[in-house]
Each structure stands twice: as structure tokens, then as C-alpha cells.
Design a protein around this ligand. Structure first.
Ligand SMILES: NC(=O)c1ccc[n+]([C@@H]2O[C@H](COP(=O)([O-])OP(=O)(O)OC[C@H]3O[C@@H](n4cnc5c(N)ncnc54)[C@H](O)[C@@H]3O)[C@@H](O)[C@H]2O)c1
Length: 419
């Protein structure tokens, strides 16, 4: 199938971005050398749904280099870098993505990626928010027998897969790549922590120091965001629904308040819950003039943008990635990156070194599905602990750090109860 992208002539800048990502991906390189050259991916289709930027492109390129027939589409046009899409096509990957596609046609591109990956035989899916899995179980059910399995990148996607498993609706094995320790401990926490703030800073050109910042959700992402914001001098308030997480935020030194109380005091709001309607009409009504709102969670409904639009008497563009919502009482609220995942819609995504870990995990999930997918049950699986350990070891080696080996006496001591 022919690729469909915005402009093939943009490829040179895309290659430069991919080369930069490659330079900082020692873990993915090591995984390629140790695992992917065994031929298990040769001639297998791989459909990838991920934001199209240099790091994801590097994963696609490495899988294609291992002999897979790779087809890529993005979950939304706002997370497509056209130069990278063009470079990928030049490197032999089939791409269905353009930053100018209407958002409502995103599913069409994902369907085309699924069709392309399964056209000549079996395929694996590397998925974001279970988008490809959803399509394979709805509008492309005919392709189900050709899908050997999927691996899922996000917390929100894994939650959806578990819901499908509970309902007895999942038809092929899925690996929860997100749940690998080398994924969520680093990607969700440090990756989102750094890149969400970076995107908000770049989009607004405002400082964090001294600002009262409200972080909704104190999971892996929220912890990272709160920690980085505090490092920049912000006065952080956390909102939670889980009392233990709320207490953890308190013990970490943050104020913990219900969202409606925090709404009146915050200057910058960042949601990272994976839940809907976390900031809505009643919160907007209490917010101060000039409040900045952004979402770093994986679902686009954490901030109720429709209600924000409906409450405003005027909406105008304040900066490239910032919309101003003028309220009838004269206050203005500023939304960064459309209320979608801000580090991608208004930024370059996670740091390269973080995605190196994440995509090393994804490449190992693909390798596992290629080799064992046919014998795994149609449920949600975790990567074995040894794989996580190996990825961490490779990274430690790459940064010139090392750890100790436990001695047999120490292992006996830990595992016995007599001593
Ligand atoms: N921006 C990114 O690049 C990026 C990276 C990784 C994950 N994510 C997404 O971020 C979201 C959070 O991921 P995570 O790994 O931190 O998940 P998590 O499950 O560890 O944390 C989510 C937290 O939000 C809390 N929460 C739920 N509803 C809430 C509400 N109404 N108000 C306040 N708190 C609420 C939960 O109690 C939980 O502590 C997911 O949607 C995930 O897919 C985004």
C-alpha cells in the first residue's frame, strides 16, 4: 500500500531528527544487536499507532531493519511531525499520517495501517491507548485471525485492555509494555515530568518559580510533574481521589486539596489522571484571571474543553499553542495544546534517553510476540522481570554506572527464615 503523508520533500530535516534520536539510543541499539537480528521479525507485519516524531520513528526504523513490514499511523494529527513522516517513508516504512488531516479521520489512517500490516500475512500491533486494538475488534474484525498480538504503550490503554479482558472480549494476547518497570518508572514519571513542563514553558514563555501550580493526579506522571515543578520553584498543590496517593503527596511536601478548593488559588493547572472531567465548568468559574491550563494525561477529556468553550464569550489565539477563553465576567483562562497531551501537542515529547528505554521495552515486546504470540492466551500479559532487569543493566552500563551482584549467602539469608 502507498504511504499517505503531507510533503515528501520535508524528509531531510526528519532524517536529522532521527539521527539525533539514534545517537542517544544505546539501549535500543543493544536490544537490536542482541535480540532483533535473530530473524523472528522477518516478513512479519507490524502496525504502529504512536505520535510520529523522531523517537517513535526510530523504533519503526529499527523494526523495519529487523525485516518487519512496518506501517505507522498516529492517534491524532496534532502529534504528527511531517518531516519525520517523510523521512520514515524514505527509510522504507509505510506511513499514513499528516499534521493537516482532519482529527475525525484519524481512525481511517489507523485502519489503513492495520490493512497494510496484515496485507501479506500475520502482524503485531504496537499500540497507543488501545486504538489499533479497538479498531481490530470493531471496524476490522475480519483481520483478527491475522493479528498475533499487541503491546500497549500507555496506562490508559492498559486499563482499556483489562476492561476488554474482563468482558471476555479480547481476541489476541496483549503485553502491557506500560507496566514494565523500565517504562512507567522513567517514561511516565521523569519523561512526563520534564517534557510537560518544558512544553508549557515553551508555549507560554512564563516562569514557574513562585507560581502556585495545581497538579491533578499523583500517579507516576503526576509525581514527576509535581517534583519537576517544585524544582523550578513552583508552590505545588496536588489533587487526588486516592487517599494513599494524597497522603504520599503530603509526605512529599505538597499541599493536598480538593480540586474545587484549589481552583480558586492556582495559577497553572496540569491534569495527569487518565480520567474525564477533572477540571470542568464549576472549576473554571472559580479560577483566577490569567490561569493557565494544560493536560498531560493520556485522555483528551481531563479538562472539559467543550464546557470551557461553551462558558466563554470569546475564544482567541493568544500564542501559537495557547488559546484564550474570555469569560463573560472579563476573566481570561488560557488553554495550552488544546487540552490534549501537552508534551506532544505543544512540545517534542519525552526526552530521547527516556524513550530509548521505553522503545527498548517495546522492541522486546514485539520480539516476544513474534516468538511466543501464538502460544500466549488472549489476555493481558506482563513482560518477565528479567527483561526489565536487562534493559536497566544495559542503560546503567551505557551511562558508566554499575551495581553489585547479590552473593549466594545473601540470597540464602533473604530467602530463609531460620537465620
Ligand atoms: N503525557 C505523557 O507523555 C504521558 C506519559 C505516560 C502516561 N500518560 C498518561 O497519563 C495518565 C496518568 O498516567 P499514570 O501512569 O500517572 O497513571 P496512574 O494510574 O499512576 O495515576 C493516575 C492518578 O490519577 C488519580 N485520579 C484519578 N481520577 C482523578 C480525579 N478525578 N482527580 C484527581 N486525581 C485522580 C488516581 O487516583 C491516580 O493516582 C494516563 O492517562 C496515562 O496514559 C501520559
Amino acid at each position: 500500500m502507498e504511504s499517505s503523508i503531507r510533503d515528501p520533500s520535508l524528509a531531510p530535516e526528519g532524517h536529522r531528527k532521527m539521527d539525533w534520536a539514534a545517537r542517544h539510543s544505546p539501549v535500543l541499539d543493544a536490544v537490536r544487536g542482541r535480540y532483533l537480528e535473530d530473524g523472528s521479525l522477518r516478513d512479519l507485519g507490524v502496525a504502529i499507532c504512536l505520535p510520529i516524531e523522531a523517537k517513535t520513528a526510530r523504533l519503526a526504523d529499527v523494526l523495519a531493519g529487523a525485516g518487519a513490514r512496518v506501517a505507522v499511523a498516529a492517534p491524532l494529527p496534532f502529534v504528527v511531525q511531517d518531516d519525520v513522516a517523510a523521512a520514515l517513508v524514505e527509510r522504507g516504512v509505510t506511513v499514513f499520517a499528516s499534521s493537516e488531516s482532519p482529527p475525525e479521520e484519524a481512525d481511517r489512517d489507523l485502519e489503513r495501517a492495520l490493512d497494510a500490516a496484515t496485507a501479506d500475512g500475520e502482524a503485531l500491533l504496537i499500540d497507543d491507548r488501545a486504538a489499533l486494538v479497538r479498531i481490530a475488534h470493531t471496524t476490522r474484525r475480519g483481520l483478527l485471525p491475522r493479528i498475533r498480538g499487541a503491546s500497549e504503550e500507555t496506562t490508559s490503554g492498559v486499563a482499556k485492555l483489562r476492561a476488554m479482558e474482563r468482558g471476555g472480549e479480547l481476541r489476541f494476547p496483549c503485553i502491557a509494555a506500560n507496566d514494565a518497570r523500565c517504562k512507567h518508572l522513567f517514561d511516565n514519571r521523569y519523561g512526563t515530568g520534564q517534557s510537560a513542563l518544558e512544553a508549557i514553558m515553551h508555549a507560554t514563555n512564563l516562569m514557574f518559580g513562585g507560581k502556585r501550580m495545581v497538579v491533578a493526579g499523583y500517579g507516576w506522571c503526576g509525581r514527576g510533574i509535581a517534583r519537576y515543578a517544585a524544582g523550578l520553584g513552583a508552590r505545588v498543590v496536588v489533587c487526588e481521589v486516592d487517599p494513599v496517593r494524597g497522603l504520599e503527596a503530603y509526605a512529599d511536601g505538597f499541599e493536598v486539596l480538593p480540586a474545587l478548593e484549589a481552583a480558586g488559588t492556582g495559577e497553572i493547572f496540569v491534569t495527569a489522571t487518565g480520567n474525564k472531567g477533572v477540571l470542568g465548568r464549576e472549576h473554571f468559574a472559580r479560577m483566577r484571571d490569567g490561569a493557565v491550563l494544560a493536560n498531560a494525561g493520556g485522555v483528551d477529556v481531563e479538562i472539559d474543553v467543550e464546557a470551557l468553550r461553551a462558558s466563554a464569550s470569546e475564544v482567541r489565539r493568544a500564542r501559537r499553542d495557547v488559546e484564550e477563553f474570555v469569560m463573560p465576567d472579563g476573566r481570561s483562562l488560557f488553554l495550552v495544546g488544546r487540552g490534549m497531551v501537552v508534551n506532544l501537542t505543544a512540545g517534542d515529547g519525552h526526552p530521547v534517553e527516556i524513550m530509548d528505554l521505553t522503545f527498548a521495552i517495546q522492541a522486546l515486546c514485539a520480539h516476544r510476540l513474534a516468538n511466543e504470540g501464538t502460544s500466549l492466551s488472549p489476555s493481558v500479559h506482563l513482560l518477565p522481570r528479567e527483561i526489565d532487569d536487562e534493559v536497566a543493566r544495559i542503560k546503567l552500563e551505557a551511562v558508566g554506572m554499575g551495581i553489585d551482584e547479590i552473593t549466594p549467602e545473601q540470597r540464602d539469608f533473604l530467602e530463609s527464615w531460620r537465620e
